[in-house]
Design a protein around this ligand. Structure first.
Ligand code: NAP
Length: 244
Protein backbone atom coordinates (compact mmCIF):
# COMPACT_ATOMS: atom_id res chain seq x y z
CA UNK A 1 0.00 0.00 0.00
CA UNK A 2 1.29 3.51 -0.86
CA UNK A 3 2.51 5.58 2.11
CA UNK A 4 0.03 8.15 3.34
CA UNK A 5 1.04 11.65 2.25
CA UNK A 6 0.99 14.53 4.74
CA UNK A 7 -0.23 18.11 4.55
CA UNK A 8 1.26 20.84 6.71
CA UNK A 9 -1.54 23.19 7.73
CA UNK A 10 -0.88 26.75 8.86
CA UNK A 11 -3.80 28.34 10.70
CA UNK A 12 -5.05 24.80 11.35
CA UNK A 13 -7.16 25.75 14.36
CA UNK A 14 -9.32 28.37 12.60
CA UNK A 15 -12.58 28.12 10.65
CA UNK A 16 -10.78 27.48 7.36
CA UNK A 17 -7.93 25.47 8.85
CA UNK A 18 -10.37 23.03 10.46
CA UNK A 19 -12.04 22.60 7.05
CA UNK A 20 -8.63 21.92 5.49
CA UNK A 21 -7.82 19.32 8.15
CA UNK A 22 -11.15 17.55 7.54
CA UNK A 23 -10.70 17.68 3.76
CA UNK A 24 -7.19 16.26 4.03
CA UNK A 25 -8.28 13.41 6.29
CA UNK A 26 -11.13 12.55 3.89
CA UNK A 27 -8.57 12.49 1.06
CA UNK A 28 -6.60 9.90 3.10
CA UNK A 29 -3.78 12.30 3.95
CA UNK A 30 -2.17 12.71 7.34
CA UNK A 31 -2.00 16.18 8.87
CA UNK A 32 0.84 18.11 10.47
CA UNK A 33 -0.98 20.98 12.16
CA UNK A 34 0.84 24.06 13.42
CA UNK A 35 -0.84 25.34 16.58
CA UNK A 36 -0.27 28.36 18.77
CA UNK A 37 -0.43 26.43 22.05
CA UNK A 38 -2.06 23.45 23.76
CA UNK A 39 -5.38 25.26 24.12
CA UNK A 40 -5.53 25.69 20.35
CA UNK A 41 -4.57 22.04 19.87
CA UNK A 42 -7.43 20.97 22.17
CA UNK A 43 -9.81 23.18 20.16
CA UNK A 44 -8.64 21.53 16.94
CA UNK A 45 -9.21 17.99 18.23
CA UNK A 46 -12.59 18.94 19.63
CA UNK A 47 -13.71 20.29 16.24
CA UNK A 48 -12.42 17.41 14.12
CA UNK A 49 -13.46 14.70 16.60
CA UNK A 50 -10.33 12.56 16.19
CA UNK A 51 -6.59 12.59 16.80
CA UNK A 52 -5.86 9.80 14.34
CA UNK A 53 -3.47 10.81 11.55
CA UNK A 54 -2.97 14.28 13.08
CA UNK A 55 0.33 15.49 14.54
CA UNK A 56 0.45 18.90 16.18
CA UNK A 57 3.47 21.13 16.59
CA UNK A 58 3.60 24.43 18.42
CA UNK A 59 5.11 27.43 16.65
CA UNK A 60 4.63 31.18 16.44
CA UNK A 61 3.42 31.66 12.87
CA UNK A 62 3.62 35.46 13.22
CA UNK A 63 7.41 35.24 13.51
CA UNK A 64 9.51 34.90 10.36
CA UNK A 65 11.26 31.94 12.00
CA UNK A 66 8.12 30.12 13.22
CA UNK A 67 7.28 27.86 10.29
CA UNK A 68 10.98 27.73 9.38
CA UNK A 69 11.60 26.08 12.77
CA UNK A 70 8.94 23.47 11.99
CA UNK A 71 10.61 22.71 8.65
CA UNK A 72 13.95 22.29 10.45
CA UNK A 73 12.33 19.75 12.79
CA UNK A 74 10.90 17.90 9.79
CA UNK A 75 14.33 17.81 8.16
CA UNK A 76 15.83 16.47 11.40
CA UNK A 77 13.29 13.63 11.35
CA UNK A 78 11.54 14.83 14.51
CA UNK A 79 8.28 15.46 12.65
CA UNK A 80 6.69 13.74 9.65
CA UNK A 81 7.77 14.89 6.22
CA UNK A 82 5.05 16.62 4.20
CA UNK A 83 4.18 16.91 0.52
CA UNK A 84 1.37 19.46 0.67
CA UNK A 85 0.72 22.77 2.43
CA UNK A 86 -2.58 24.56 3.14
CA UNK A 87 -2.29 28.12 4.47
CA UNK A 88 -5.26 29.75 6.20
CA UNK A 89 -3.64 31.90 8.83
CA UNK A 90 -5.16 35.21 9.84
CA UNK A 91 -8.76 35.83 10.73
CA UNK A 92 -8.40 39.41 12.00
CA UNK A 93 -11.56 41.19 10.83
CA UNK A 94 -11.70 44.70 12.32
CA UNK A 95 -13.99 47.36 10.93
CA UNK A 96 -11.73 50.41 11.52
CA UNK A 97 -11.98 52.81 8.52
CA UNK A 98 -8.80 53.55 6.54
CA UNK A 99 -8.61 57.12 7.84
CA UNK A 100 -8.55 55.89 11.46
CA UNK A 101 -6.17 52.98 11.01
CA UNK A 102 -3.02 53.61 13.07
CA UNK A 103 0.39 52.58 11.78
CA UNK A 104 0.70 50.09 14.60
CA UNK A 105 -2.72 48.58 13.87
CA UNK A 106 -1.97 48.30 10.16
CA UNK A 107 1.35 46.56 10.84
CA UNK A 108 -0.24 44.20 13.34
CA UNK A 109 -2.98 43.41 10.86
CA UNK A 110 -0.62 42.72 7.98
CA UNK A 111 1.52 40.55 10.24
CA UNK A 112 -1.38 38.31 11.30
CA UNK A 113 -3.32 38.14 8.03
CA UNK A 114 -0.58 38.42 5.41
CA UNK A 115 2.93 37.84 6.74
CA UNK A 116 1.95 34.57 8.44
CA UNK A 117 1.01 33.10 5.04
CA UNK A 118 4.06 34.60 3.33
CA UNK A 119 6.45 33.28 5.99
CA UNK A 120 4.83 29.86 5.59
CA UNK A 121 5.36 29.99 1.82
CA UNK A 122 8.98 31.08 2.07
CA UNK A 123 9.79 28.41 4.64
CA UNK A 124 8.07 25.45 2.97
CA UNK A 125 8.56 25.91 -0.78
CA UNK A 126 12.33 25.18 -0.71
CA UNK A 127 11.61 22.01 1.28
CA UNK A 128 8.96 20.84 -1.20
CA UNK A 129 11.26 21.60 -4.13
CA UNK A 130 14.07 19.66 -2.47
CA UNK A 131 11.84 16.65 -1.79
CA UNK A 132 10.65 16.85 -5.41
CA UNK A 133 7.62 14.63 -4.75
CA UNK A 134 5.24 14.27 -7.68
CA UNK A 135 2.06 16.27 -7.30
CA UNK A 136 3.06 18.34 -4.28
CA UNK A 137 0.61 21.14 -3.69
CA UNK A 138 0.42 24.50 -1.94
CA UNK A 139 -3.02 26.00 -1.35
CA UNK A 140 -3.75 29.50 -0.03
CA UNK A 141 -7.15 30.67 1.18
CA UNK A 142 -8.00 34.29 0.36
CA UNK A 143 -11.27 36.18 0.63
CA UNK A 144 -13.52 38.40 -1.45
CA UNK A 145 -13.20 41.14 1.18
CA UNK A 146 -10.11 42.14 -0.83
CA UNK A 147 -12.41 43.16 -3.70
CA UNK A 148 -15.37 44.38 -1.65
CA UNK A 149 -13.41 46.74 0.62
CA UNK A 150 -16.17 46.75 3.23
CA UNK A 151 -13.61 46.29 6.00
CA UNK A 152 -10.48 48.28 5.26
CA UNK A 153 -7.70 46.35 6.97
CA UNK A 154 -9.02 42.88 6.04
CA UNK A 155 -9.40 44.16 2.45
CA UNK A 156 -5.81 45.38 2.27
CA UNK A 157 -4.43 42.11 3.63
CA UNK A 158 -6.47 40.10 1.12
CA UNK A 159 -5.21 42.32 -1.70
CA UNK A 160 -1.65 41.45 -0.71
CA UNK A 161 -2.55 37.76 -0.62
CA UNK A 162 -4.09 37.98 -4.14
CA UNK A 163 -0.79 39.35 -5.44
CA UNK A 164 1.24 36.82 -3.53
CA UNK A 165 -0.89 34.10 -5.14
CA UNK A 166 -0.24 35.54 -8.61
CA UNK A 167 3.51 35.50 -8.02
CA UNK A 168 3.47 32.05 -6.44
CA UNK A 169 1.39 30.57 -9.27
CA UNK A 170 3.91 31.92 -11.77
CA UNK A 171 6.96 30.84 -9.75
CA UNK A 172 5.74 27.27 -9.62
CA UNK A 173 4.61 26.79 -13.21
CA UNK A 174 7.41 24.38 -13.93
CA UNK A 175 7.99 22.89 -10.49
CA UNK A 176 6.64 19.77 -8.81
CA UNK A 177 4.37 22.01 -6.73
CA UNK A 178 0.92 22.95 -7.90
CA UNK A 179 0.07 26.26 -6.31
CA UNK A 180 -3.59 27.29 -6.12
CA UNK A 181 -5.53 30.09 -4.47
CA UNK A 182 -8.95 29.37 -2.99
CA UNK A 183 -10.92 32.63 -3.26
CA UNK A 184 -13.69 32.42 -0.71
CA UNK A 185 -16.69 34.66 -1.28
CA UNK A 186 -18.95 33.43 1.50
CA UNK A 187 -18.61 33.04 5.25
CA UNK A 188 -17.33 29.73 6.64
CA UNK A 189 -17.30 28.91 10.34
CA UNK A 190 -16.63 25.87 12.47
CA UNK A 191 -19.80 23.76 12.62
CA UNK A 192 -20.75 24.67 16.17
CA UNK A 193 -20.74 28.36 15.30
CA UNK A 194 -22.16 28.02 11.75
CA UNK A 195 -25.20 26.23 13.12
CA UNK A 196 -26.06 29.44 15.01
CA UNK A 197 -25.12 32.01 12.38
CA UNK A 198 -26.11 30.31 9.12
CA UNK A 199 -22.56 30.46 7.72
CA UNK A 200 -21.29 27.54 5.67
CA UNK A 201 -20.11 24.76 7.98
CA UNK A 202 -16.37 24.03 7.98
CA UNK A 203 -17.15 20.33 7.58
CA UNK A 204 -18.99 21.22 4.35
CA UNK A 205 -16.28 23.58 3.10
CA UNK A 206 -13.84 20.68 3.64
CA UNK A 207 -15.16 19.21 0.37
CA UNK A 208 -13.29 21.83 -1.67
CA UNK A 209 -9.91 20.70 -0.38
CA UNK A 210 -10.66 17.03 -0.83
CA UNK A 211 -11.54 17.90 -4.44
CA UNK A 212 -8.42 20.01 -5.01
CA UNK A 213 -6.24 17.16 -3.75
CA UNK A 214 -7.92 14.70 -6.09
CA UNK A 215 -7.46 16.87 -9.22
CA UNK A 216 -3.71 16.97 -10.07
CA UNK A 217 -4.41 18.90 -13.27
CA UNK A 218 -5.50 21.96 -11.28
CA UNK A 219 -2.48 24.23 -10.85
CA UNK A 220 -1.77 27.93 -11.03
CA UNK A 221 -5.47 28.64 -10.53
CA UNK A 222 -7.81 30.78 -8.54
CA UNK A 223 -10.60 28.48 -7.35
CA UNK A 224 -13.62 30.61 -6.45
CA UNK A 225 -16.13 29.46 -3.88
CA UNK A 226 -19.37 31.44 -3.76
CA UNK A 227 -21.48 28.74 -2.15
CA UNK A 228 -22.25 25.06 -1.69
CA UNK A 229 -22.38 24.46 -5.45
CA UNK A 230 -18.68 25.30 -5.87
CA UNK A 231 -17.15 22.69 -3.60
CA UNK A 232 -17.13 19.69 -5.94
CA UNK A 233 -17.51 21.37 -9.35
CA UNK A 234 -14.60 23.75 -8.93
CA UNK A 235 -14.66 27.19 -10.60
CA UNK A 236 -11.06 27.47 -11.76
CA UNK A 237 -9.44 30.35 -13.57
CA UNK A 238 -5.73 30.69 -14.28
CA UNK A 239 -3.77 33.13 -12.11
CA UNK A 240 -1.22 33.54 -14.89
CA UNK A 241 -2.87 36.23 -16.96
CA UNK A 242 -0.09 36.99 -19.38
CA UNK A 243 2.31 34.08 -19.61
CA UNK A 244 5.71 35.58 -20.39
N1 NAP B 1 -13.80 32.29 7.53
C1 NAP B 1 -14.15 32.80 6.38
O1 NAP B 1 -15.34 32.80 6.03
C2 NAP B 1 -13.12 33.38 5.42
C3 NAP B 1 -13.62 34.01 4.27
C4 NAP B 1 -12.72 34.50 3.35
C5 NAP B 1 -11.36 34.36 3.55
N2 NAP B 1 -10.89 33.75 4.69
C6 NAP B 1 -9.42 33.64 4.80
O2 NAP B 1 -9.04 32.69 5.76
C7 NAP B 1 -8.25 33.32 6.77
C8 NAP B 1 -8.55 32.65 8.10
O3 NAP B 1 -9.90 32.87 8.43
P1 NAP B 1 -10.59 32.07 9.62
O4 NAP B 1 -12.02 32.44 9.62
O5 NAP B 1 -10.22 30.63 9.55
O6 NAP B 1 -9.87 32.75 10.88
P2 NAP B 1 -9.79 32.21 12.36
O7 NAP B 1 -10.90 31.25 12.62
O8 NAP B 1 -9.67 33.40 13.24
O9 NAP B 1 -8.43 31.36 12.37
C9 NAP B 1 -7.21 31.96 12.11
C10 NAP B 1 -6.07 31.01 12.34
O10 NAP B 1 -4.86 31.79 12.45
C11 NAP B 1 -4.34 31.63 13.77
N3 NAP B 1 -3.89 32.92 14.32
C12 NAP B 1 -4.53 34.11 14.24
N4 NAP B 1 -3.81 35.05 14.88
C13 NAP B 1 -2.72 34.43 15.39
C14 NAP B 1 -1.60 34.86 16.17
N5 NAP B 1 -1.47 36.14 16.54
N6 NAP B 1 -0.69 33.95 16.52
C15 NAP B 1 -0.80 32.66 16.15
N7 NAP B 1 -1.85 32.17 15.41
C16 NAP B 1 -2.77 33.06 15.05
C17 NAP B 1 -5.48 31.11 14.63
O11 NAP B 1 -4.95 30.43 15.76
P3 NAP B 1 -5.81 30.27 17.11
O12 NAP B 1 -6.86 29.24 16.82
O13 NAP B 1 -4.82 29.82 18.11
O14 NAP B 1 -6.42 31.60 17.41
C18 NAP B 1 -6.17 30.20 13.64
O15 NAP B 1 -5.48 28.99 13.48
C19 NAP B 1 -8.64 34.81 6.69
O16 NAP B 1 -7.64 35.68 7.19
C20 NAP B 1 -8.81 34.97 5.20
O17 NAP B 1 -7.53 35.10 4.59
C21 NAP B 1 -11.75 33.27 5.61
Amino acid sequence: MAARETVLIVGATGNIGIAAVLGALRAQLSVLAIVRNQTSADKLFQHIGTQQYVTVVEADITSDQGVQGVVEQVKAGKLPSFQHVYAAAGGAYWTTPLKDLSTQALREFMNVNFETNFFAYRATIPYLLEQNADNSSWTLCTGSQGDLGLRAAPAISQGALFSMASAAARENVETNIRFNEVYLACRVEVDESAEKTGAMRASRFADHYETVLSRPEIRGCRISVFGDGDLRELRCETKIKNPG
